[in-house]
Design a protein around this ligand. Sequence first.
Ligand SMILES: Nc1nc2c(c(=O)[nH]1)N[C@H]1C(S)=C(S)[C@@H](COP(=O)(O)OP(=O)(O)OC[C@H]3O[C@@H](n4cnc5c(=O)[nH]c(N)nc54)[C@H](O)[C@@H]3O)O[C@H]1N2
Ligand SMILES: Nc1nc2c(c(=O)[nH]1)N[C@H]1C(S)=C(S)[C@@H](COP(=O)(O)OP(=O)(O)OC[C@H]3O[C@@H](n4cnc5c(=O)[nH]c(N)nc54)[C@H](O)[C@@H]3O)O[C@H]1N2
Ligand code: SF4
Ligand SMILES: [Mo]
Length: 723
Amino acid sequence: MSVKPSTKSVDGRQLRVVYGACPHDCPDTCALETHVDEQGRAVRVQGRSTHPITRGWLCAKVNRYLERVYHPERLLYPLRRSGPKGSGQFTRISWDEAIAEIAERWQQLAATHGAETILPYSYAGTLGLVQGGVTDARFWNRLGASQLERAICGHAAEDAVLLTVGGRLAPSPETLVQSKLILIWGSNPASTAPHVMPFLREAQRNDSRIIVIDPIRTLTARSADQHIQPLPGSDAALALSMMYVIVKEGLHNPAWIAEHTLGWEPFWERIQQYPPERAATITGLAVETIVALAREYAMTAPAVLRISDGINRHTNGGQTVRTLACLPAVVGQYGVAGGGLMYSTSDWLKWDRATVARRGEAVCPPATRSLNMNRLGAILTGEADPPVYSLYVYNANPVASTPNAGKVVEGLLREDLFTVVHELFETDTARYADIILPATSQLEQVDIHKPYGHLSLQYNTPAIEPLGEARSNWDVMRALAAAMGFKEAWLTASADEVIAEVLTATEAQQPALVGLTLERFQAEGSIPLVIPEHERVPFSDGKFRTPSGKVEFYSEQAIAKGYDPLPGWEPEVEARPEPTRPASKEEPLPLLSPAAHHFISSTFGNQQTMISKERNPTLRIHAEDAKLRGIRSGQLVRVSNERGWCHLVAEVSEDVRPGVLATTTVWWPKFSPDQRNINWTTSDRLADFNGGSTFYTNLVFVTPQESSQPQQDPVGVFIATNS
Ligand SMILES: Nc1nc2c(c(=O)[nH]1)N[C@H]1C(S)=C(S)[C@@H](COP(=O)(O)OP(=O)(O)OC[C@H]3O[C@@H](n4cnc5c(=O)[nH]c(N)nc54)[C@H](O)[C@@H]3O)O[C@H]1N2
Ligand SMILES: Nc1nc2c(c(=O)[nH]1)N[C@H]1C(S)=C(S)[C@@H](COP(=O)(O)OP(=O)(O)OC[C@H]3O[C@@H](n4cnc5c(=O)[nH]c(N)nc54)[C@H](O)[C@@H]3O)O[C@H]1N2
Ligand code: SF4
Ligand SMILES: [Mo]
């Protein structure tokens, strides 16, 4: 990319141009350009035109990033609770008071109950190396706090891909234009990775076919050439059955399988349990659909399989992804340009972990227990021993986003829990804090970003001064370290010093970073990883990063982890016993709650323009199920199970098939009816692999709310009166 221009003339004004990175949990990791006026105010945020993926445009959300940055409800000062927990009553205090109080409480806890009773809770508010990765590790390791197993998103899928091919080495999305068939399986890029869409359109213009496999007719499905709608949680059976057809019809690639895979014989035994007639009863698809899909996939080359994390959020999610990851091997499509598996690009570059985390430093106490973030409610209400007495939340909004959120609230109400929340806004989580700390936005902080959906790194230069007294995550860690008496240079270094240190340590091991210095990032903003052209087709050398160097249909590593050594299908733990039989009025139905187009998880869920575009927290329900229950569009319905309940606005829709329900997430509870959202019903049960989340294994009862009127103005109606 070109070297940094310092100013731009717009409408006769000289505006400063600052290069940045979109910090959000989105595979596109866009390269930003912020224009700043003479008063130091950002007046425009746009996508950089020279970036190979961003290509000069941003999504509907970040296009309006300045509304977020200059939102009238930004937290600007530290606050201390002055009423009962959850009352929303706070009084302004100084940073010195806030830091001193936190440090004192933690020193007391460390002395009396052990530092393990302190739990940092965070996820992907920002994906930056410093404000995310380093903040997540260094200070907490030095303190000896409990570790957090960050398993809320794609943990099961990551494990599945690692077991099968040994690395998350997706090709960059530009290569989609080389594909002749694109299977988009349980992934909704039109909303969740929008910069993939122009490549899909171009592929279609090149006569490529796109097939979307998703229980919901998503925005992506609407623009596909074909949409196949299996029942949720049935995909592994569909994939196994495709393999059955492929092999029975001799459309597989025996030579490739013999050379590049391990365990074909036992896997073939398993596949034979899934003739299309059986798969049809599991998936709810016609036998002909399964057979035609199998033939098309096997007979079209190159064919790429795109998956993302949505499909892994089931109790059988790990095995589902592992089975899907075997499909390209059966037809010999790994290592082919425009073919293979497009999951995540995360393993093209791995930051040097020892430098990021400093876990091995002599001053750090021995490794502590790891607590799974999906179990937060349970952890706070008795599961943890010793209990958690202090929770420090940043980069996350667990009251909105965590499964079984009602339990989380129950835990946060504990009088003996000292909760600190570092946030840009008074989220539903911040409301339960004892101390709230104001956080900077991306325009106010330094960072560097490694994407999971392409192959360029983005550096983020702060464009404006912090608003009010807001501080970045890392600056708060530094202040807390000082207050706790920790003097190590790796806890006091500036963000840029940390970046330089990690770049140097990582470059020593990974050629993809050679020559990419902090100074170059500061000048250029975005730089592609150094990957030779001939290595850009993943696995084209036939070497997989598994222990055997092959695609492992049979995995000893899986056995060691207590999993089935072979891919396979299991019914979901919570499922209708006969899913293809029409559901009676009294029966609970499976509910999917995937990503909303105008939010990123719960981020942007307090921005009026985004709420207006999303309209309502809706329940999409098929006309047959709606009629049976006497439900009309626009009516408020109660969605419930043994974990909890919430109210949604019914939308009778052909987007879902009979017997399947859908909503979108993550609505802020405080902007939802009764101040609760769908996560009051989702389960904190863990997935089959790696402690993953199971948001989409969720059976719920649906009943109409008798007295309710159609909802027109959700924000006016639902907004909490005391917020
Ligand atoms: N606009 C927007 N963008 C986002 C986010 C957001 O909230 N909004 N979230 C970000 C984050 S945190 C993530 S992890 C990614 C997620 O990115 P995606 O994985 O693309 O998004 P999801 O909506 O979680 O799930 C994708 C699709 O999987 C389908 N699905 C669910 N269960 C099944 C199943 O059993 N079988 C099949 N075949 N399909 C199934 C859902 O119906 C959904 O359409 O997106 C990121 N980008
Ligand atoms: N029902 C259901 N629930 C889901 C999902 C689903 O599909 N269905 N998706 C799940 C998935 S995939 C994910 S990844 C999780 C995500 O859940 P979370 O990680 O909780 O993500 P967000 O809800 O976006 O919360 C991020 C918070 O971090 C704050 N933040 C942003 N930048 C900074 C910063 O620099 N410093 C500090 N201190 N804070 C910052 C934002 O203001 C925001 O409130 O949600 C999960 N929840
Ligand atoms: S959310 Fe995704 S698409 Fe939108 S600007 Fe950020 S990286 Fe780009
Ligand atoms: Mo996620």
